[in-house]
Write a protein that binds this ligand. Structure first.
Ligand code: G3I
Length: 318
C-alpha cells in the first residue's frame, strides 16, 4: 500500500505529518509507525513546546520535552513544526497573574518567543507563533495579551520570532478557518494589516478539527483566500470526529471526508502540507474534550489503519 508522505510529496506537497507527544514515545509500536518518514514527513509536538512547558517560571526555560521531539524529527529525517509561542491556553500562572503592565508584558512576550524560537534555530520548518487569536465571531479573544497590549502582541511575537530564526516560516494558527466565515475574514484582514505594516508573516495554519459529514464545501476556496495574499497555508491539526460508536457507515463517510480535505490542499498550490493531530485514536485529544465523540484519526486505537487512511491516499492520488 502507498505510504502517506510518499503520496503527499508525489502530489507536490512538502509533507504529510503527525502530531505526537512525549508520553507516547514509550510506546514502541506507536513510535515505529511515527518514525517512518515515508509515512510521516513532519512532526509537531502536541504539548511540550507550549509556554507552560518551556517557561514555567519567569526567565527559566526548560526545553527537555521539546528537545526530545526535535531530536526525534532530526533522527527520522522529518520536518518539525514548532507549536506554539503565544496562546491563551496552557499558560503558567505567572503570565496570567495580571501583574504586568504593557511594557513589561511586551518584553515578556518578546523574550519568550525569541528564546524559544532561538533555541530551535535551524531545526524548525514552521512555527505557530500565534495560536487561536480570534473568537468564532471574528472578534479578538480577550486574553491577557490582548487585554494588556491590544493587537500589538501579534507583531511583537512575530518580530521576535523572525529575529531569532530568520529561516523559519512564521504562522498564525486557528480553528474554524475551514469555511468562509467571520473568523476567516478576520484572519485575512489581520494578515493584510501585518503585511501593510511590514510585520513578518509567512503562513496561516488551518487547524482542521472537523466532524464526520461536515467538511465545509468552501474549504478549498477558503484556502485560496489565504494563498491569494501571497502567503502559504498548511492544514495543521487535522482530525475528523464522530459520535461513538463508530459504524461501517460512519467510517466510510470519514474516509470521504479525509479525501475531500486532502483533495482541497492538493488543489491549492500554496497549501504546503497536512498534519494529523496524532495519527491514532489511541492518543487523540477528542474523547477527553467532547464526551461521547472520538474515532477521529486515520489509525484506530490498536494502531490498525482505518478506511480514512485510504481516503488520505485517494486525496493525494486522484
Ligand atoms: O501535564 C499535566 C499533568 O501534569 C497532569 O497530571 C495531567 C492530568 O490531567 O494533565 C497534564 O496536562 C494535560 C496536557 O494536555 C498534557 O498532557 C492537560 O490536562 C490536557 O488538557 C492537555 O491537553 C492538550 C490540549 O491541547 C490543551 O488545550 C492536548 O494534549 C493537545 O493535543 C491539545 O492541542 C490543541 C492545540 O495545542 C491547539 N489547537 C487545539 C488542539 C486540541 O485541543
Amino acid at each position: 500500500t502507498a505510504k502517506l508522505n510518499t503520496v503527499a510529496k508525489a502530489a507536490g506537497k512538502k509533507y504529510l505529518g503527525s502530531a505526537t507527544d512525549n508520553p507516547e514515545l514509550t510506546d514502541t509500536a506507536y513510535v515505529a509507525i511515527l518514525s517512518d518518514n515515508t509515512m510521516f514527513g513532519q512532526i509537531t509536538p502536541g504539548n511540550s513546546m507550549k509556554w507552560d512547558a518551556t517557561e514555567p517560571s519567569q526567565g527559566t526555560f526548560t526545553f527537555s520535552g521539546g528537545d526530545t521531539i526535535a531530536n526525534l524529527a532530526k533522527q527520522n529525517g522529518q520536518l518539525l513544526r514548532g507549536h506554539n509561542c503565544v496562546w491563551y491556553n496552557q499558560l503558567p500562572s505567572w503570565v496570567t497573574s495580571g501583574n504586568f503592565n504593557a511594557s513589561q508584558l511586551s518584553a515578556i512576550v518578546s523574550n519568550h518567543c525569541g528564546t524559544l524560537v532561538g533555541h530551535y534555530k535551524g531545526q524548525v520548518y514552521s512555527w505557530d507563533v500565534i495560536n487561536e487569536p480570534f473568537n468564532d465571531d471574528g472578534t479578538w479573544r480577550t486574553d491577557v495579551f490582548y487585554n494588556t497590549l491590544g493587537t500589538s502582541y501579534v507583531s511583537i511575537a512575530l518580530q521576535a520570532a523572525r529575529a531569532a530564526d530568520p529561516a523559519a516560516k512564521l504562522y498564525i494558527n486557528d480553528y474554524n478557518l475551514e469555511s468562509s466565515s467571520a473568523k476567516a475574514t478576520a484572519m485575512v484582514n489581520l494578515v493584510k494589516s501585518l503585511q501593510a505594516s511590514g510585520v513578518p508573516i509567512d503562513g496561516v495554519g488551518i487547524q482542521g478539527h472537523l466532524i464526520v459529514g461536515e467538511v465545509p464545501s468552501t474549504f478549498q476556496s477558503t484556502l485560496q483566500q489565504f494563498t491569494a495574499l501571497g502567503i502559504e497555508v498548511a492544514i495543521t491539526e487535522l482530525d475528523i470526529r464522530m459520535t461513538l460508536p463508530s459504524t461501517p457507515a460512519l467510517l466510510a463517510q470519514q474516509k470521504k471526508d479525509y479525501q475531500s480535505v486532502i483533495g482541497a490542499c492538493k488543489a491549492v498550490t500554496g497549501c504546503v502540507g497536512v498534519t494529523v493531530w496524532d495519527y491514532t485514536d489511541k492518543y487523540s485529544w477528542v474523547p477527553s474534550t467532547f464526551s461521547g465523540q472520538g474515532a477521529a484519526c486515520p489509525w484506530d486505537a490498536n494502531l490498525v489503519r482505518k478506511p480514512a487512511y485510504d481516503g488520505i491516499v485517494a486525496g493525494f492520488t486522484s
